[in-house]
Design a protein around this ligand. Structure first.
Ligand code: SAH
Length: 205
């Protein structure tokens, strides 16, 4: 996602209580931070945060953490989520630092929605479903690892890394999947008539 740098972004990150600026210090302590034992679901590359904001409203018994590497984008996500949402937090960081943020088994589900495609051949290792990333997710999420999102490249990567796939759809909006919550990219692409793909991947054999 390309956004022009906003001069207010850095200050917003400091001022907005939904933004966690000392996230590595929360490693192993996210339950304490949220003050409950509810499951924790993470989205990497959360963009402007609409998906998490709507999830946090719909599922108050789940805690949601959005990780996004662009300062301005995190600031926009936090500003838009102006409701009091005690089960939502945003972290400005890169997916490659995931193990600095979470202890093994600390979150139960990972969403990857419309991750950057990195279309050039030599950049495929930056894709968030590149097998190097998958191995890291598996290591951190443990036995119950569950990933939702993505596509073709991802299908191959998931298979190469031996994940169990289910609920694969090549046209989500015309499938019988219920309770879908749309992301900003999903709204943009589907309004242009493009079908939305989706899959779920589990570590459990
Ligand atoms: N999930 C949102 C946004 C998709 S755009 C939606 O569906 O609407 C992809 C987002 O992922 C961009 O905002 C980009 O900055 C972020 N991103 C890409 N690679 C990342 C990485 N390695 N770590 C954290 N965020 C990343």
């Amino acid at each position: 996602m390309r956004v022009r740098k906003k001069p207010w972004a850095a200050q917003e990150l400091l001022d907005n209580t939904l933004v966690i600026n000392d996230a590595p210090e929360k490693k192993g302590k996210w339950k304490e931070y949220f003050g409950n034992d509810h499951p924790i679901y993470v989205e990497i590359g959360c963009g402007k945060g609409g998906f998490l904001r709507k999830n946090a409203q719909a599922y108050p018994d789940v805690n949601f953490i959005g990780i996004e590497r662009q300062e301005t984008v995190v600031a926009m996500a936090a500003r838009r989520a102006d409701e009091e949402l005690p089960n939502l937090a945003f972290v400005r960081d890169n997916a490659s630092n995931l193990s600095d943020l979470f202890e093994v088994g600390e979150f139960q589900r990972l969403y990857l929605n419309f991750s950057d495609p990195w279309p050039k051949k030599r950049t495929y290792k930056r894709r968030l479903t590149y097998r190097g990333f998958l191995q890291e997710y598996r290591r951190i999420m443990g036995e119950d690892a569950e990933i939702r999102g993505l596509f073709e490249f991802s299908l191959n990567e998931f298979c190469a890394d031996d994940w169990k796939l289910s609920n694969i759809s090549l046209d989500l909006h015309n499938s019988d999947y219920e309770g879908n919550i749309m992301t900003e990219y999903e709204e943009k692409f589907s309004s242009r008539g493009m079908p939305i793909y989706r899959l779920e991947a589990r570590n459990r054999k």
